[in-house]
Write a protein of this length. Structure first.
Lengths: 327, 245
């Protein structure tokens, strides 16, 4: 049953360019997937490690800027991807080393500061980043000779990356390392007393989180063919954090749902209402009031409640009754 | 050779000398009881032994190896395990998962990001076995948050035992338990094999007296009396501290 549902979801996702019709919506779908990859990465830290970062747009941006520089220097796709990921991972290692000196609010504040440093560099170090004007690249690279130029091709490419990200994180979460990571979130002191290297576990989680943020940053660059300081601003870090929180921290699908929500409101609702930020804000307020745990866990809770309430009283105690309306 | 040695250990918090000058030697296989009134520095002594606090002066040795400056997590791998007076467990997880985390703490498997934890049959069987030692096998799948205080105390002990310690530190294992639960825990501790050295803190002398071979009385961060059960009970200083005579 689960496999059938999973297969159906995959087919539906793969067929998006065929049924949504317009190019515009294919592009919205691509954006959802690339932000979902970003949110999945951030969720490793926020949800599973319990470390709230407000600096991940910095990592996302470092990958995009590094990618843009490498593309413009004439490197091929593989070199661009490898180079951008390596630079971002190194940056993430520095971020982690500094930010992990604190936990809780201390951690948040250090990540804000680090994100702002990246923003400052993007804005002011004009010889590298071209400042306010940003960097643009000519055309999307064609990895393995596959052109990503058309919206549908880009969507499929992004879908593959998204599925790999989702699968990787699902595997890690279910692994002994994933259990260790959640342990450090719930009882860090106890975890050291049980023999775990809490700092190292958090450091590795930061790198994993940084890796997927970097992948998302590269996808962003390929999608827009342009990167500017706005990408690494504090609001971008806050936005991805809101995606994770709105969808449900520490759940596999929460960040994906959160990314879909934010991207759809941003792109679609903004076509009808000029002050779309207001709509997004109102939606967040509603989520916090009615589903403080996030949309995915909240919906699961409501679903269970509705099933329990919909069942006639005492029916659960009478198993041999056949299906509903089966008389 | 001593299993656990503490020499002239001192620790102050600001102007408060919680551990003034403590020296004690625990033989391998010994059952040592540490008693003392509130604020005597018993739990602080445990925190210094496990490395959760760093001493201002003095040394801690484990089987004659100096571990004074060693990180807490490393000491675990040398065979120190402890329980906490204030229960610190993973409330959202099942009892089985709590024990599993404890087992993983001493295994390299804990770094593995690719294996599926719920398919580690040997590990899970071992965790069930550890729950069996404390008579909680039937509650393996229950979330910890839905268990009683007495059951959690037993989970604490099972987690410590699952790590196969050489030196086991029990911090008030009887605190807050009913009479029957105390009897269960007492039997449980009495059944721990002799290759495990046990140091136990107890506030209430009567409960743990039967278990101990030697007793150390701590008062204002200092060892006041130390000796066999009979010696300590008969000692005038013990009576003074405990009965206020």
């Amino acid at each position: 049953m689960r496999r059938v549902a999973l297969g159906a979801a995959l087919v539906a996702l793969a067929a998006v360019p065929l049924w949504v019709g317009s190019t515009y919506y294919i592009n919205v779908a691509s954006q959802i997937l690339l932000y979902a990859v970003f949110a999945l990465g951030v969720n490793v830290l926020v949800g599973y490690a319990g470390l709230v970062s407000l600096g991940h747009a910095g990592l996302f941006g470092v990958a995009a800027y590094a990618g843009a520089r490498l593309v413009n220097a004439g490197h091929n796709h593989m070199a661009v991807a490898a180079g951008a990921l390596a630079v971002t991972l190194a940056t993430a290692a520095v971020f982690a080393t500094l930010a992990l000196r604190g936990t809780g609010l201390g951690f948040v504040m250090i990540t804000v500061a680090l994100g702002q440093i990246v923003w400052g560099v993007a804005y002011r170090w004009i010889s590298i980043t071209n400042g306010d004007n940003g960097l643009s690249i000519k055309g999307r690279p064609s990895p393995f000779d596959l052109s990503l130029a058309s919206p549908a091709a880009f969507y499929w490419g992004t879908l593959v990356v998204f599925l790999v990200a989702l699968a990787t994180i699902a595997v890690v979460v279910a692994s002994p390392f994933g259990a260790s990571l959640r342990g450090t979130r719930d009882q860090p002191r106890r975890m050291s007393a049980l023999g775990y290297h809490v700092w190292m576990i958090r450091f590795l989680a930061f790198l994993l989180s940084g890796f997927w943020s970097a992948v998302a940053g590269l996808l962003f660059l390929y999608y827009n063919q342009f990167v500017s300081p706005q990408v690494v601003a504090l609001t971008s870090s806050a936005e991805v954090l809101l995606m994770v929180i709105a969808g449900g921290t520490g759940t596999l699908l929460g960040p994906v749902v959160g990314a879909a929500l934010v991207v759809i409101v941003k792109n679609v609702v903004s076509g009808y209402i000029e002050r779309w930020n207001f709509v997004l804000g109102a939606i967040f307020v509603l989520i916090v009031v009615f589903m403080p745990e996030g949309l995915v866990p909240g919906t699961v809770r409501l679903w269970r409640w509705a099933r329990a309430a919909g069942r006639p009283r005492g029916a659960a105690a009478v198993p041999a009754r056949g299906g509903e309306g089966g008389r | 050779m001593s299993a656990l040695g503490v020499h002239h250990l001192g620790k102050s918090f600001g102007g408060l000398r919680v551990t003034a000058d403590v020296t004690l030697e625990v033989e391998p296989g010994e059952r040592r009881l540490i008693i003392g009134p509130n604020g005597a520095g018993k739990t602080t002594l445990f925190n210094l032994i496990t490395g959760e606090l760093e001493p201002d002066r003095g040394t801690v040795t484990l089987f004659d190896r100096d571990i004074t400056r060693m990180a807490s997590r490393r000491r675990v791998h040398l065979g120190i395990a402890r329980t906490y007076q204030i229960i610190t467990l993973f409330g959202g997880e099942t009892l089985l998962r709590n024990i599993t985390l404890s087992l993983l703490g001493r295994r390299r498997l804990r770094w593995n990001p690719l294996a599926r934890l719920d398919r580690q049959a040997a590990l899970i069987a071992r965790a069930r076995e550890a729950l069996g030692w404390v008579g909680l096998e039937h509650l393996a799948e229950r979330p910890l948050a839905q268990t009683s205080y007495g059951e959690r105390r037993r989970v604490e002990i099972a987690m410590a035992l699952a790590q196969e310690p050489r030196v086991l530190l029990l911090d008030e294992p009887f605190a807050g338990l009913s009479v029957e639960e105390r009897r269960d825990v007492l039997r449980l501790i009495a059944g721990i094999p002799r290759d495990v050295t046990i140091v136990m803190i107890e506030h209430d002398m009567d409960v743990a007296l039967d278990l101990a071979e030697r007793i150390t009385v701590l008062h204002f961060g200092q060892v006041v009396v130390e000796g066999t059960r009979a010696e300590v009970v008969a000692h005038p200083r013990t009576r003074e501290i405990y009965l206020g005579e």
